[in-house]
Design a protein around this ligand. Sequence first.
Ligand code: PMP
Length: 356
Amino acid sequence: MSKFWSPGVESLTPYVPGEQPRQRMIKLNTNENPYPPSEGVEEVLRHFPCEQLRRYPDPESIALRDMLARTYGVNREQVFVGNGSDEVLAFAFRAFFQRQGEALAIPEHTYSFYPVYCQLYGIELQKLPLNDRWEIALEDFPETGHAGIAFANPNAPTGHAHGRQAIKSLLERQRERVVLVDEAYDGFGGESAVPLIDDHPNLLVTSTFSKSRSLAGMRIGFAIGSRALIEGLERIKDSFNSYPLDPLASAVGIAALEDTRHHEECCRAVMATRERTARELEDMGMEVLPSKANFLFVRPKHLEAASVAASLRTAGILVRHFSKGGLSDWLRISIGSDEEMTALLEALRSLPPSSG
Ligand code: PMP
């Protein structure tokens, strides 16, 4: 506690992201893409005119928004960009969910940053349990009296994704408040809800270049929605810090979107490695949930998840273990390269039975 803090800061808990190790490790804990970004991105970085940095960026990020609009079949006015989707989500929570006396409905297990935003922005939360298949129970979301709905699809950390038809049915029952569908893990076999935007002005889809486009370090996120929702976000953004993106990030983002072949090949490779890894983990007696993301949610069953994570760490492999929130029997394992996953499987096979 410091006397310099504003009231309320004391009760906040800082978000702790997955470990970023200093030494070389096989890093399967923060769902980064194992493959490098498109060669077009490298070209941009090599030839970027430094002179451009003297000036403020285009205040409306028009070139990148146009490219996103073309990619997703919407208009520029339906696209918002920010420094990673975390920032876009923060704006959305403030613009749409800060409603006195009404709670934001989220699944009990979903992206762990949502409760952090709620705490930061004084938003009440209503958490709904997943069903017995670890899926978001869309039918349990309240129809009225709430501040809105937010969830990740594919969900994290489970990897389960609802199809577009299921999201459409949810939207048919939600006319009053914003439904935020976080598609950070789009591209790995799930269906995007973006085509539903035309008929549902309360649908906001957020996504990122951090996962399927291998650009977590560049911080490019975006939202697609009706003009009314995008205008709401534009009112919340601050000066030049977020929207627009800096000119380098914009140029890199455009190059990444242009290389559709590279994107498809990376996603296909990740999905193939995911399915092979899932089968092999199941053959080892582990429970593996079906995943449409670039990670697997795995229950070692006869071993304790925390000690498996610790043993893997000693072997130089990082995976994610959530010690809190009722998920302590499970591990979230990001899909790395084939070689990395082979090393993971070998390390798991050589775990002593006593680590349980
Ligand atoms: N949504 C979900 C579901 C995520 O898992 C993440 C990344 N951890 C994000 C959003 C944020 O991604 P970024 O800020 O890198 O775009």
